[in-house]
Design a protein around this ligand. Structure first.
Ligand SMILES: NC(=O)c1ccc[n+]([C@@H]2O[C@H](COP(=O)([O-])OP(=O)(O)OC[C@H]3O[C@@H](n4cnc5c(N)ncnc54)[C@H](OP(=O)(O)O)[C@@H]3O)[C@@H](O)[C@H]2O)c1
Length: 258
C-alpha cells in the first residue's frame, strides 16, 4: 500500500511538472508591439502569459477578455510587485506616449524601466527582455528635440538593465511597422551601428520571444532591421555574430542619469 501511494505521488508530481509552463509577463501589453508578443505567446505551448496595462477595462474592450490583464503603472512599485508575482520572464514593450510631463520618457523609458528591472531582479526573474530602439543613446538626433531627449532616457533605461546583474536581452528595432510576420527577412547589427529602414512589429515580437531561454541571446543588445536580402527566419542563425555586452557606451554628459 505504502509503495502504491508513493508511486502515485511520484506520478502526479511528474504530470504536474510536465504541465507547468513558464509565466511571461508582457509589460505594455496594449501597445502595438505588446499585443503581437501576447498573440504569439498565446500560440506557444511553452508559456503562460499575463499582460499589464494602466486601464484593464479599456484593454479588455480593445483586445479581448481571453488575455490575463493586470493593472500596472510603471511608476507604482506596489503595482509592479503584484503584477510580477510568479513571473519567470518579463518582456517589456513600454514606451512613453507623451513627450513631456509625468508620463514622458524620463519617467517611463528610464524611471519606469528602472522600477520594473528592480522588481524583476528582486523576484529572481530568469531573464528580462527589453524592447528599446536602434537609435537609443544618440545625443544628436531630431527625436531628442521632438520628444524630450527620448533616446537618452531610453539608453539610460537599457544601461540600468545591463548593469543590473540580472540575465537580459535588449532588442533595438529600427522604425516599426504593422506588417505580417515573415513578409521580409531580418538582419542583426551590433548596438549603435544602424538606425535606418524598418521592421515589422510581428517580426520584432518573434525575436523577443525567441530570445527567451536562448543562450545565444543572453546579455546581448541587438539591433534588428527588416531586410529583403535575407530569408525570413534566417535571423535565428545571426545571434552568433553579436558579441555579449562588455561595458556601457559612453553617453557623455548624460551618463550619470538622474
Ligand atoms: N514606433 C516606432 O517606430 C519605434 C521604433 C523603434 C522602437 N520603438 C519602441 O518600441 C517600443 C514599442 O513601441 P510600440 O509603438 O509598439 O508601443 P506603443 O503602441 O506606443 O505602446 C506603448 C505601451 O506602453 C504602455 N505605457 C506607456 N506609459 C506607461 C506607464 N506610465 N505605465 C505603464 N505602461 C505604460 C502603454 O500601456 P497603457 O496605455 O495600456 O497603459 C502601451 O502598452 C517602445 O519602447 C517604443 O519607443 C518604437
Amino acid at each position: 500500500m505504502k509503495f502504491f501511494l508513493s508511486a502515485l505521488l511520484a506520478l502526479s508530481f511528474t504530470a504536474a511538472s510536465a504541465n507547468a509552463k513558464d509565466l511571461v509577463v508582457v509589460v505594455g501589453g496594449t501597445g502595438q508591439s505588446g499585443i503581437e508578443v501576447i498573440k504569439q505567446l498565446q500560440a506557444d505551448e511553452a508559456y503562460d502569459v499575463r499582460a499589464t496595462t494602466r486601464n484593464v477595462e479599456r484593454a479588455k474592450e480593445t483586445h479581448g477578455e481571453d488575455i490575463d490583464w493586470v493593472s500596472m503603472e510603471v511608476q507604482d512599485v506596489d503595482q509592479i510587485r503584484a503584477a510580477f508575482k510568479g513571473a519567470d520572464f518579463i518582456i517589456s514593450t513600454i514606451g512613453a506616449r507623451t513627450a513631456r510631463g509625468p508620463n514622458g520618457p524620463e519617467y517611463v523609458d528610464y524611471g519606469g524601466v528602472k522600477n520594473i528591472v528592480g522588481v524583476a531582479k528582486d523576484y529572481g526573474v530568469k531573464q528580462f527582455v527589453l524592447m528599446s530602439a536602434a537609435s537609443a543613446g544618440k545625443t544628436d538626433h531630431m527625436l531628442n528635440v521632438a520628444v524630450n531627449n527620448v533616446l537618452i532616457w531610453k539608453w539610460l533605461g537599457e544601461d540600468y538593465l545591463r548593469d543590473s546583474g540580472m540575465p537580459y536581452t535588449v532588442i533595438r528595432p529600427v522604425a516599426l511597422r504593422n506588417e505580417p510576420r515573415g513578409l521580409r527577412g531580418v538582419t542583426f547589427a551590433t548596438m549603435g551601428n544602424y538606425d535606418l529602414g524598418y521592421i515589422a512589429r510581428a517580426d520584432a515580437a518573434a525575436i523577443m520571444i525567441d530570445s527567451l531561454q536562448n543562450p545565444a541571446a543572453l546579455n546581448k543588445s541587438i539591433e534588428i532591421i527588416g531586410s529583403d536580402d535575407i530569408e525570413a527566419e534566417q535571423w535565428k542563425t545571426l545571434y552568433a555574430f553579436i558579441p555579449t555586452d562588455l561595458k556601457p557606451l559612453d553617453t557623455g554628459e548624460f551618463s550619470d542619469g538622474q
